[in-house]
Ligand binder design. Structure first.
Ligand code: ADE
Length: 246
């Protein structure tokens, strides 16, 4: 998986991505990351890449040409056929990111991210180069860098080899439309709070059942809308009924 990021703040992307699990995957060659600084493609040649909006209004707009030139630079670095290259523009106007989107994008060999700033980006370059507009949630950030990193992090975890066996073996929130059950580690009693006794019982079947029930309880409480897509058996449904009538 090769990530290319068009941004005004390449150091932000590089520092974030070269840390922790994604950093380890980059060092191992499982992922690659290249940033292209849009400012290097200033038309005026003085590093300026924004201008006033036609029609007036507050704020500045990132101009089309520097972004288009940055995009051409990215394309020139990709040796495979770029006919179906996915170019993702991070914007609150986009489709909201979720786990299945991460899974789907992880199948691509190359992904390009366009991070906007200021009041926006000239619509014509969005129409010309962007294939996907994605939001990471219903709030407005100062730029697309954090959203691009959020997406790359979630996508990286889906790339084979990025997580160790121990990391990927865990069942986890959203993969089956249920939230994760609670976890406990030593000591057995921490500041007067004991670990749920079933986890110390050594009875694998009971532990599994308890974890399943905890997942169902948490999902019902915090994210009930997920349950309609979850794969529930008759025992799960009976359990949910018993706790919702409590
Ligand atoms: N840029 C600014 N806010 C954003 C958001 N919520 N998602 C994606 N890109 C953004």
């Amino acid at each position: 998986m090769n990530f290319y990021v068009m941004t005004l703040f390449p150091e932000m992307i590089e520092q974030g991505m070269n840390t922790s699990i994604t950093g380890r995957a980059i060092a191992k060659g499982l992922l690659s990351l290249e940033t292209v600084n849009i400012r290097d493609y200033s038309v005026a040649g003085n590093g300026r890449i924004d201008d006033y909006p036609y029609g007036g209004g507050a704020g500045m707009v990132m101009q089309a040409e520097p972004i288009y030139r940055a995009y051409e630079e990215v394309k020139s670095r990709i040796t495979v056929d770029t006919g179906h290259l996915r170019v993702i523009y991070l914007t609150p106007q986009g489709r909201v990111f979720h786990q299945e989107m991460a899974q789907e994008l992880a199948q691509e060999e190359n992904l390009v991210f366009l991070c906007g700033h200021y009041e926006g980006v000239d619509e014509r370059v969005i129409e010309t180069v962007v294939t996907d507009q994605v939001s990471i949630g219903d709030y407005v950030l100062t730029g697309g860098e954090l959203p691009a990193m959020v997406m790359m992090d979630a996508i990286s975890r889906m790339v084979p080899g990025v997580l160790s066996n121990a990391e990927s073996g865990q069942s986890e929130s959203f993969s089956d439309h249920l939230l994760e059950y609670p976890q406990y580690s030593r000591p057995e009693i921490w500041r007067g709070q004991p670990v749920p006794p079933v986890l110390l019982s050594g009875h694998h079947g009971n532990v599994e059942r308890w974890r399943r029930e905890q997942s169902l309880i948490r999902t019902l409480k915090s994210r009930p809308e997920l349950l309609k897509d979850a794969d529930l058996d008759s025992g799960d449904i009976a359990f949910l009924k018993s706790i919702s009538s409590e």
